[in-house]
Design a protein around this ligand. Structure first.
Ligand SMILES: Cc1ncc(COP(=O)(O)O)c(C=O)c1O
Length: 346
């Protein structure tokens, strides 16, 4: 079966999550999250984050982000985000919908990162009542272009936000890849750095489905269960959403898989550079962004490879997952080298 680089959600369920899922499939258990699996995973997340956070499980990242952002603001508020942020480009207006109209205010930033200067500029630009009042900020870790915020960068941004009266949300669809790459305590790039709520991605790290919304500021999670229910995001058989996390969070399996995906991206990145292909961004986690010459792009697609070119700032996005094989990376590189050689000979 051919593997692909289109997205880390092309991969299947990792064995540890599968085992935990099957183990949960015995007998009856209370519904709607009142079960032992959900309690255990929530406690495990509290251990991992070294704090008494509030945890909810929803089906996907769009819901996690939108519902979490809605806790930060009223309908007349705004939320600052990067212009390439998934909440802005790929969530079909869900953040605005679930917040009853709060507006996303986008800003530019090198290599997918927000900067304190740009945040300050957009927040202080206007304070009149004709403009939606800035109240939230969201940053993505790892960013949409595969780069990372270092712990001090998260802290500086969150500090800027707090001084400007904004609450801080982190889109952690690839949080595992960030923790694995930075080799930091999860707390150091979240609540200790000033993040109020994290959407911790499960799907891309090898779960069948589901993301955890982790509230470090527990005041924000008041009534969150009702938001989830109203949005159709409260799983009745919650144990099947939560139990796979147990397999993932035991013995640092999540970090093992994320480290593997990151290593495959490094292998791919190095191979592309050796083949003379230009990288658009530094490879810091599990995504590689490259400028493929048109004949190479077309040739790869003709050979059946799948990858996206509409994400981020253009170019080809090549994502590695927990199951990406070194041989798959090498096969893609071999095709790229052959196609580049053929293009050069034209
Ligand atoms: C940065 C980011 N955030 C969130 C998501 C989650 O989106 P979905 O609603 O498809 O689970 C994705 C998935 O592509 C993503 O890349």
């Amino acid at each position: 079966m051919q593997q692909h680089f289109a997205s880390d959600n092309y991969a299947g369920i990792c064995p540890e999550a599968t085992a935990a899922l099957l183990e949960a499939n015995t007998g009856h258990a209370p519904a709607y999250g009142d079960d032992d699996y959900t309690r255990k995973v929530s406690d495990r997340l509290r251990d991992i984050f070294e704090t008494d956070c509030d945890v909810y499980f929803v089906f996907n990242g769009t819901a996690a982000n939108s519902l979490a952002l809605a806790t930060l603001c009223q309908s007349y508020h705004s939320v600052i985000c990067h212009q390439l942020a998934h909440v802005e480009t790929d969530e079909c207006g869900a953040p605005e919908f679930f917040s009853n109209g709060a507006k996303l205010l986008t800003i530019a930033g090198e290599q997918g990162r927000l900067t304190p200067e740009a945040i300050t500029e957009v927040v202080t630009r206007r304070s009149d009542l004709h403009f939606p009042k800035p109240r939230g900020l969201t940053l993505t870790q790892t960013t949409e272009v595969g780069t990372l915020y270092q712990p001090d960068q998260v802290a500086t941004i969150a500090d800027t936000a707090r001084q400007l009266g904004l609450r801080v949300h982190m889109d952690g669809a690839r949080f595992a890849n960030a923790v694995a790459s930075l080799d930091v305590a999860p707390a150091d790039i979240t609540w200790r750095a000033g993040v109020d709520v994290l959407c911790f991605g499960g799907t891309k790290m090898g779960l069948p489905v589901g993301e955890a919304v982790v509230f470090f500021d527990r005041k924000l999670s008041e009534d969150f269960a009702w938001r989830c229910k109203q949005a159709g995001q409260l799983a009745s058989k919650m144990r099947f959403l939560s139990a796979p996390w147990l397999g993932m969070l035991t013995d640092d399996v999540w970090l093992k898989h994320a480290r593997h995906a990151n290593a495959m991206a490094q292998r791919l990145s190095a191979g592309l550079v050796a083949a003379g292909i230009e990288l658009l961004f530094p490879t810091e986690a599990n995504g590689v962004f490259a400028r493929l010459p048109a004949p190479v792009d077309a040739g790869l697609r003709a050979k059946g490879w799948r990858f996206y070119t509409f994400i981020g700032a253009g170019g080809a996005r090549l994502m590695c997952g927990w199951d990406t094989l070194p041989a798959t990376v090498d096969a893609l590189l071999a095709d790229i080298r052959a196609l580049s050689g053929a293009a050069d000979a034209l």
